[in-house]
Design a protein around this ligand. Structure first.
Ligand code: RP5
Length: 170
């Protein structure tokens, strides 16, 4: 699905950041959706506690560099999405990455419980959350891009048809 007649293909409009390369197994599900829709994106490791200066620089320059949404995944004490959101008004979509000991419930609560004033849109733990964060970023872009909106509608219609065609073994 290429982004013809769309203004989102030729420039980087979505940032995908994660706290570690170990988050990639989950976060690649966001990247796969962005690629499917032909969205210009960048993906990189930006660790909140190991690279705090780079994290601030990334967030502070996001808007002027043309980012329209930032998908941020992290696990454990997952402060990356909230800290990025604190430094930019670009919408931040947080993905809780499953953790070793608490299965990502720590990540989810860390990301979702933002105090009033700095929002982080928070998605499901793991692969579904990463994919849905990308679809939400696309929905944001589609508010000002009719060609992209048409492709998102087509994507939904295909899903609907798959569900209609489901057959149970009874
Ligand atoms: C967080 O710590 C990362 O987002 C990752 O989910 C978790 C573990 O990181 P590694 O020890 O695998 O680098 O910062």
């Amino acid at each position: 699905m290429m982004a013809t007649n769309s203004n989102v293909a030729n420039k980087i409009v979505v940032g995908v950041v994660m706290g570690s390369s170990s988050d990639w197994d989950v976060m690649q599900n966001a990247v796969a959706i962005l690629k499917e829709f032909g969205i210009g994106f960048e993906a990189k490791v930006v660790s909140a506690h190991r690279m705090p200066d780079e994290m601030f620089a990334y967030a502070e320059t996001a808007r002027e560099r043309g980012l329209r949404a930032i998908i941020a995944g992290a696990g454990g004490a997952a402060h990356l999405p909230g800290m990025i959101a604190a430094k930019t008004i670009v919408p931040v979509l947080g993905v809780p990455v499953p953790s070793k000991y608490l299965r990502g419930e720590d990540s989810l609560l860390s990301i979702v419980q933002m105090p009033k004033g700095i929002p982080v849109s928070t998605f499901a733990i793991g692969e579904a959350g990463a994919a849905n964060a990308a679809l939400a970023a696309i929905a944001i872009l589609a508010t000002t891009d009719d060609a992209l909106a048409a492709r998102l509608i087509e994507f939904r219609e295909k899903q609907t048809q798959v569900a209609r065609d489901m057959v149970l073994p009874v």
